[in-house]
Design a protein around this ligand. Structure first.
Ligand SMILES: Cc1cc2nc3c(=O)[nH]c(=O)nc-3n(C[C@H](O)[C@H](O)[C@H](O)COP(=O)(O)O)c2cc1C
Length: 315
């Protein structure tokens, strides 16, 4: 059985990241997960002067523990968008023994915080660093809004959706295999493909449960008005219904689709809709901006020629 070494980057005795790790240890009794408390190693702040007199004994001991482990869980608190100084210091010392101190082993990154992002921002930085430490990054998981999503008495995550995400991440660690994820561009491409194939269910499934849709105008709208704001997947359904009840689509062309950095995907093209009410053609260029989260469209903005829209609806 794989020996998983788990630690947090927190020196807080009541660390919420520590509680998250404890919840995993009790949830996976069949796995060999050893928790190490970095505080007990009492590592000095890195200095070349100390190093010249030899690497401190606690760091050598920690390095030995790293050598014996087969996989790692690192639960890292976020401090100002970065890992804590406490974790960074430990890593700096370990890297002085061997830059690649993780030696090809799988690493699962975790974080939690009272804020809604759960420390996700800094995990994106740590993800890249795992490679530099010689590790195999398998997955990252952040639990946002810790106080609302975690029962501190029974030490369990209370949200079912969050439990599912964490289980997937743990499975990746146990298998030692990164989860194959759709690229952001692929998510949007699949959305268009489902549209072209008339698969409404799949189109709907491209949206995040908590999505935010802006159809041309960023303002509230009566239920059956196409242009305006739609919130959540339920209203995404209304968005699709509004399109199909107003138009027969004669042509929809995707000219260009690309990632625009971070989680943003941009696409543009043209369409020709026949307006059911008037029989006129509504021809327009369009631009679509999507923000992707968890392989779903979280934010969706679609812009078209609104003057041509008005014209096509005139009797
Ligand atoms: C100096 C400092 C900076 C912080 N910066 C962030 C931050 O950037 N993002 C965030 O989600 N929480 C931030 N927090 C809140 C921590 O997430 C919170 O203190 C959490 O309890 C830390 O985890 P721990 O209990 O495991 O140490 C910050 C806290 C401190 C003390």
């Amino acid at each position: 059985m794989k020996k998983i070494l788990a630690f947090t980057g927190s020196n807080n005795p009541n660390s919420i990241n520590g509680k998250l790790v404890q919840s995993i240890i009790s949830k996976y009794p069949d796995q060999s997960i050893e928790f190490i408390d970095l505080k007990r190693f009492d590592v000095p702040i890195y200095s070349q002067e100390i190093e010249q007199n030899g690497i401190p004994k606690p760091i050598k001991k920690l390095f030995q523990l790293f050598t014996k482990a087969d996989a790692f869980i690192i639960a890292s608190p976020e401090h100002n968008g970065l890992p804590s100084a406490f974790l960074k210091n430990t890593i700096d010392w370990l890297s002085r023994i061997n830059q690649k101190f993780i030696d090809g082993k799988p690493v699962l990154l975790l974080s939690t915080s009272p804020g809604p992002m759960g420390g996700k921002t800094h995990l994106q930085i740590l993800e890249k660093l795992v490679l530099q430490w010689g590790g195999l990054f398998v997955e990252q998981y952040s639990l946002g809004s810790f106080d609302q999503n975690f029962d501190k008495i029974s030490l369990v995550i209370t949200s079912q959706q969050e439990n599912i995400k964490l289980e997937k991440a743990m499975q990746a660690l146990i298998n030692g295999q990164p989860i194959q994820k759709k690229q952001n561009v692929e998510v949007v491409q699949d959305y268009f493909n489902s549209f072209q194939n008339g698969n409404k269910e799949q189109v709907l499934n491209s949206f995040h449960p908590d999505c935010y849709i802006v159809s041309v105008k960023e303002e509230e709208r009566p239920k059956e008005q196409l242009h305006g704001i739609y919130r959540t997947k339920d209203e995404a359904k209304q968005f699709l219904n509004n399109i199909t009840s107003l138009f027969n689509t004669k042509d929809f062309t995707l000219k260009h689709i690309s990632s625009a950095g971070d989680n943003l995907v941009m696409a543009n093209g043209t369409f020709s809709h026949e307006v059911k009410a008037t029989g006129k053609l509504f021809n327009s260029a369009w631009v679509q901006l999507c923000i992707i989260e968890d392989e779903k469209i979280k934010e969706y903005r679609f812009y078209e020629d609104s003057a041509a829209f008005v014209e096509a609806f005139k009797q």
